[in-house]
Design a protein around this ligand. Structure first.
Ligand code: SF4
Ligand code: SF4
Length: 285
């Protein structure tokens, strides 16, 4: 089973939830892989250590145009859906803007003069860590300045053992990296704060998941902060509230010290275990 843990914005407690679910699952003997899919800013390993087992580099093909062969017909620029080819016919100037290129191959297909040459460019790294002999942490990390981390995220998800419970720490927001992660999941846990901003971001995430026709539930983090509008909205829209985590200084301290709440506090270990049981034993449609 693949469970994605997501939130409309960063700093909501998504990594707090995913690291606690991971620690609890492996503690109770479930072989689990936690994948840090937040490739632009991975931080799972600030909380969970492990022995590095494998490093894979992720590459993208970036086209270059051979000025000796190019006839400046402009067909490649017409085929490029991402405006990644700067073509100035009156100046006989053509250049691929590598930061905008999505490696779709359309320009190579379009060119009849073999003027498009593809060169490899490293866009990220995927690292696999052994946590305890039977559970793993996978970290995706894109290179600085890479336009889209989606290929790096997809590579990281591919590396997970399909026999494991797979937890996906999802990139914040609702853009391509979020969609590329949640579309792989069987169930999505949305982590939200009970504030007007939290509700606004939650509505956007829910709307996207409904379009993708994915089952989901909500964990409210920092409950007691803000107001009751999030709860009313969940109720009105029949969205399952999976757990409330109180706004508590001790929890915040544990997190800021890089510790795992489930490991430190038996009561929370049981609560996260219950969440896992609900996830794994409910038929979601
Ligand atoms: S590979 Fe695709 S995105 Fe990149 S320059 Fe060619 S057509 Fe454009
Ligand atoms: S299609 Fe080929 S020949 Fe035409 S402009 Fe592009 S690279 Fe040059």
């Amino acid at each position: 089973m693949k469970i994605a843990i997501a939130s409309g914005k960063g700093g909501t407690g998504k990594t707090f939830v995913s690291t606690n679910l991971f620690w609890t699952a492996q503690h109770f003997g479930i072989p689990t892989t936690l994948i840090d899919c937040d490739a632009e800013e991975p931080n799972v390993r600030e909380f969970l250590d492990g022995e590095e087992q494998l490093v894979e580099h992720v590459y993208q093909n970036v086209p270059h145009i051979d000025p000796e062969k190019c006839t400046f017909c402009g067909k490649c620029a017409e085929y490029c859906n991402y405006n990644a080819i700067l073509f100035l016919p009156e100046n006989r100037f053509i250049k691929v803007l590598s930061d905008l290129c999505h490696d779709c191959g359309a320009c190579s297909y379009a060119c009849e003069y073999e003027a498009v040459i593809e060169q490899k460019k490293q866009i990220g790294t995927v690292k696999i860590f052994d946590f305890d002999g039977f559970s793993h942490i996978i970290e995706s990390r894109s290179e600085v300045g890479v336009y889209s981390p989606v290929s790096v995220i997809k590579k990281a998800i591919k590396e997970a053992d399909p026999q494991h419970l797979i937890l996906l720490d999802t990139p914040p927001g609702i853009s391509c990296p979020f969609v590329a992660t949640v579309e792989q999941a069987d169930f999505i846990i949305l982590v939200a704060e009970p504030t007007p901003f939290g509700l606004h971001d939650l509505k956007l995430s829910v709307s996207t998941l409904r379009q993708l026709q994915k089952p989901f539930g909500v964990i409210v983090n920092k409950s007691g902060l803000g107001n009751r509008a999030v709860y009313q909205w969940l109720d009105e829209n029949k969205i399952p509230l999976l757990l409330e985590i109180p706004f508590d200084k001790d929890i915040a301290r544990t997190y800021s010290e890089g510790k795992i709440l489930s490991q430190e506090n038996e009561a929370y270990r049981k609560i996260f275990q219950q969440v896992l049981n609900i996830m794994m034993h409910t038929h979601w449609s």
